[in-house]
Design a protein around this ligand. Structure first.
Ligand SMILES: [Zn+2]
Length: 334
């Protein structure tokens, strides 16, 4: 997830597919590999805000990319990025310094200095974590307010606007990073091509996205917290992400999946539906304040029992919820 501020909302050509999304196959072609005959994957609403409108996800039979059929128009998307959503993202970004330290450590295995651009840098928590370490820092951010914070905190030069509207010369960066943003983009192929253009030969693209093929996604399906409909427009597996990057000319260096301890949110979505059947409507996750004492106690109990059992079992049943990938621009790619 990322704040509304972080998104590149380039207008995508509207889909001509059926609006009910109930057909098993669709005339839509895959926006990444061009394969025809996309299959219906699942339908689900925006559970974070507790809204009822359902969205249809399609899956490419060739490259396994999953995408949102008939996404909201870019001009309408602001309705789906509420203040409550932005608050949750800001809290998550500012209360997890370990997250940035882990990413710095992973990056340092490949590059230790140079020009670095963070796509969708939000209020600059990651850029700030690199300040004073020999990097020339740059960011791209949709929200002027967040960009200003990012500049103040990190000293980075931040372009305000859409990724595809930024004007950097070719071969400008040693590293481009993109954390929990790529799944929000309307035109991932064009952005990946831009990344390939902006990187120096030998430069690194470090990208994190949710994993649609994660064990948790398979178990929870339409209740999986990582769906984030309709804010996530594309849902990647390691193979579809790799296909996209390689088709833009990049070389895969490493790709792995990691556990994301947010199973509680998916469970909460299931629980909300169960309660709704018996006429009880809980406050949607986006609007909840601090949890009440009994609820915190119940949650603690679930974490200590059910979640511990699930997580112990998880490595057996499949991949983690988050894809961490490094790609490199080959020396001979101009
Ligand atoms: Zn495809």
């Amino acid at each position: 997830m990322k704040s509304s501020a972080s998104l590149a909302s380039v207008g995508r050509k509207d889909s001509k597919a059926d609006s009910d999304g109930l057909r098993e196959s669709s005339p839509e072609t895959c926006p990444v590999c061009g394969q025809a005959g996309a299959r219906k994957w699942l339908r689900a609403p925006d559970r974070l805000h507790g809204r009822q409108e359902e969205y249809t996800l399609l899956r490419c039979p060739a490259c396994s990319l999953v995408w949102l059929n008939n996404p909201p128009e870019p001009a309408e998307m602001h309705r789906h990025y509420t203040d409550a959503y932005d608050r949750l993202i800001a809290i998550a970004g500012e209360t997890s310094p370990q997250r940035w330290r882990d990413r710095n450590t992973a990056l340092a295995l490949h590059k230790q200095s140079g020009a670095l651009l963070d796509l969708g840098c939000s209020s600059g928590a990651f850029l700030q974590s690199l300040r004073g370490q020999g990097w020339d820092l740059f960011g791209i951010e949709m929200s002027a307010q967040s960009a200003k914070k990012a500049q103040a905190k990190s000293g980075a030069s931040v372009f305000v606007g859409d990724i595809l509207d930024a004007r950097f010369p070719p071969a400008a960066f040693d590293v481009i990073t993109c954390f929990d943003v790529f799944e929000h983009l309307y035109e991932p192929r064009k952005v990946m091509e831009k990344v390939a253009e902006w990187l120096k030969p030998g430069g690194i693209f470090y990208v994190l996205v949710p994993n649609i093929d994660a064990a948790e996604a398979r178990v929870f399906k339409g209740y999986w917290h990582g769906l984030e409909l309709p804010r996530h427009l594309f849902h990647y597996s390691p193979s579809s992400l790799s296909f996209l990057a390689v088709s833009a000319g990049l070389r895969q260096m490493s790709i792995e999946t990691r556990r994301n301890p947010a199973v509680g949110t998916s469970l909460s979505y299931v629980w909300e539906d169960v309660l709704r059947v018996v006429g009880i409507r809980r406050t949607p996750v986006a609007y909840r304040g601090a949890a009440s004492l009994p609820w915190r106690a119940a949650r603690k109990f679930v974490r200590a029992t059910v979640l511990r059992a699930l997580l112990a079992f998880a490595p057996v049943v499949g991949e983690g919820e988050s894809i961490h990938a490094f790609f490199q621009k080959p020396e001979d790619l101009l």
